[in-house]
Design a protein. Structure first.
Lengths: 343, 319
């Protein structure tokens, strides 16, 4: 069952220099109980897209649709959105230190969430629920720590508390916006495990926004790769990792430490993303792409590749696996050979 | 916490002792002679010497200071040079006037400033925000004596001429005369004293609110599905209040400068007016008395600010 279906989403922010077109025609869907990873570098529009869906981008120019459980959230009233936010769509953000209010105890913040949507529940019962939730996400001595302030928690515990708060009302969808980026590497794995446990126990669908393909490799069912406000490639996890088509996906994978071909040497993607005030004509990745050719001045659209309907890529390069393998092999040879010469 | 308060109180006492030294020193460095003034222009040197002796001004400076300090520690701040009135009782009579004026004005400027600031910050750049910015700049540039005179012209003079005898021209009615009467005498001085600070607090609150509303935890609050009103007041204002309360503490301590002007314009017999009269008359015991009381207010205010800070922000709890 499709839980959230976003279609042709455009988001622009008016600034003194012109409108920043942060999201330009993005579509994706999340199935109930599954995990969708949205991957891309900073400024690719991945956070803006999901925050727009829940009405958190204020002052933005928005078009498209985002149907959640039969209701278009982009045309919903403030009241309808408030009823959805928190209760049916929970959210976790990047930096758990700044995302929790420093002046209120962790328990107070969870209780506020519960009581905002369930007027009937007593303070005492809401507090008991907060303790249960904190215990559920692995906070030791939850009955004592519930009265602590966020600054008395470690980074990983704060993110656990954020997760506890976001799942307090058993939402159908959890949007995790770079949930591990601000954490120590050792803690990152723990947080991902907590998210997986939550999904297994509560059947929550998750949108995981990240630039870290290493995180994605562990948990995602489907992956959407975004660049300059557009979707570049979409595929199931295994398919994307081993049979990627788009040169941008290829670049992201090549810059991943465990997968870099040059024996430990990472291959960064040269250049930087284009300005989104006046987005370039044609493929937005063209200026940084090693394979760009004449046709790339025309804007490509998402189309099936390798003869599969569940794998789409927005690229003019040949869509058969043999030419892709050839292309990747020749690039890897280029990258690897200078490294192998004696220094 | 208790250790902190004790330490700050002792430090405050030292500060106040240094202030007495300073005022005492300044008074005797300044070129004037109280005895000559008191004796009048025609007085013989003998008369001047007699007056000088009676006031104890002919004794060594150190002895005079020692005497003053000893008496002050016993709650006696001496007697004024002209009428022999007890300074302690003069201050006791003047203090309620100033406290009524300062606290009433503080309530007005805080409520007005914080409300304006919040309304401004919720929609920055809107017509309301611009209007309130103009309001703030207007009263920011308006000297309080001018505002006081304008208020008197309109609300006392014009209103009374028009038969609306609502506001008195000058004077003070104690609380014992009834809350209504007390407030009626203080409304105009309150406004005159409060508007400058209201302007400052409007800008202060606006800035603090804009900072707070840009924080990640505001986004979290919105993502919880609570009402925008609650997001602004419970989450945004809660953080923005810390700098406002800090400023309020400092201002309550240093409001004396404003009291001097306002009390003079409105003829209120408070500490401000007492100090102006005392300085004009070179009346040392009264000057020192007023300075001691006001510096005590500053010292106490700064201790209260630090305690308030700890109460407001759990990250700086003093345990």
């Amino acid at each position: 069952m499709t839980l959230l279906e976003v279609t042709d989403l455009h988001v622009g922010f008016p600034t003194p220099d012109g409108v920043v077109h942060a999201v330009r025609g993005v579509s994706f869907a999340v199935e109930a109980g599954r995990t969708l990873a949205v991957v891309g570098e900073s400024g690719s529009g991945k956070s803006v897209a999901t925050q727009t869906v829940t009405g958190l981008t204020r002052g933005a120019q928005i078009s498209g649709s985002a149907v959640f459980d039969g209701e278009d959230l982009l045309t919903a009233t403030t009241k309808q959105l408030e009823a959805v936010r928190g209760a049916r769509i929970g959210m976790i953000f990047q930096d758990p230190l700044t995302s929790l209010h420093p002046y209120y105890t962790v328990g107070w913040q969870i209780v506020e969430m519960i009581r905002a949507h369930d007027r009937g529940i007593s303070r005492r019962a809401a507090r008991r629920r907060a303790v249960e939730l904190l215990a559920l996400v692995g906070i030791p001595q939850a009955d004592l720590r519930v009265d602590d302030y966020p600054h008395q928690f470690s980074g990983g515990m704060r993110q656990r508390a954020m997760i506890a708060m976001s799942i307090a009302l058993d939402p159908a969808l959890l949007i995790a916006d770079e949930p591990t980026t601000a954490l120590d590497v050792t803690v990152q794995a723990q947080i991902i495990t907590v998210l997986q446990d939550v999904q297994r126990e509560l059947g929550t669908a998750i949108i995981l926004i990240t630039h870290d393909l290493g995180v994605v490799a562990e948990v995602a069912d489907e992956i959407v790769v975004m660049y300059a406000g557009q979707v570049m490639e979409r595929a199931a996890r295994h398919e994307l990792f081993y049979r990627f088509h788009h040169p941008y996906t290829e670049g992201l994978l090549a810059s991943l430490p465990s997968r870099a071909p040059g024996r430990g040497r990472l291959t960064p993607i040269p250049g930087s993303p284009p300005s989104l005030i006046t987005p370039p004509e044609g493929c937005p990745f063209r200026p940084r792409c090693a394979y760009a050719f004449d046709r790339c001045t025309q804007t490509p659209w998402l189309a099936p590749v390798f003869g599969r309907s569940d794998h789409e890529s927005a690229c003019w390069l040949p869509s058969d696996i043999a030419s892709r393998d050839e292309r990747v092999a020749s690039r890897e040879a280029r990258v690897t050979s200078p490294h192998e010469q004696p220094a | 916490m208790i250790r902190f308060v004790v330490r700050r109180t002792l430090l405050g006492a030292v500060v106040m002792w240094l202030i007495t030294l300073l005022v005492f020193g300044m008074f005797f460095i300044a070129p004037n002679n109280v005895a000559e003034t008191l004796a009048g222009k025609q007085a013989t040197p003998e008369t001047v010497a007699l007056i000088s002796h009676r006031l104890g001004l002919d004794r060594p400076l150190l002895e005079q200071y020692g005497d003053f300090l000893w008496n002050a520690l016993h709650g006696n701040l001496g007697y004024d040079y002209y009428h022999g009135q007890s300074v302690t009782s003069m201050l006791a009579a003047a203090a309620p006037v100033s406290i009524s004026l300062a606290l009433g004005a503080a309530v007005i400027w805080t409520l007005l400033g914080v409300t304006n600031g919040v309304v401004s910050a919720v929609r920055p750049g809107s017509a309301v925000d611009r209007g309130l910015t103009f309001f703030a700049l207007f009263f920011y540039s308006m000297p309080s004596f001018l505002l006081g005179l304008l208020l008197l012209t309109v609300f006392y003079y014009r209103f009374t001429l028009a038969g609306l005898d609502w506001f008195p021209a000058a004077g003070y009615a104690p609380l014992s005369a009834g809350v209504g009467e007390w407030a009626r005498h203080l409304v105009l001085p309150w406004i005159a004293l409060a508007m400058l600070s209201a302007a400052i607090y409007t800008r202060l609150t606006r800035g603090a609110m804009l900072d707070a509303l840009g924080e990640d935890y505001i986004r979290t609050a919105r993502s919880k599905g609570i009402t925008e009103r609650r997001v602004v007041l419970r989450h945004g204002l809660r953080s923005a209040l810390t700098p406002v309360v800090t400023q309020l503490g400092i201002d309550l301590g240093t409001v004396v400068g404003g009291l001097v002007v306002t009390e003079t314009v409105f003829g209120l017999p408070g500490l401000g007016k007492t100090s102006v009269d005392a300085i004009n008359n070179q009346d040392l015991p009264v000057i020192i008395g007023v300075v001691l009381v006001t510096s005590a207010a500053v010292v106490i205010a700064s201790i209260v600010v630090d305690i308030a800070y700890a109460v407001l922000d759990p990250r700086v709890r003093l345990n």
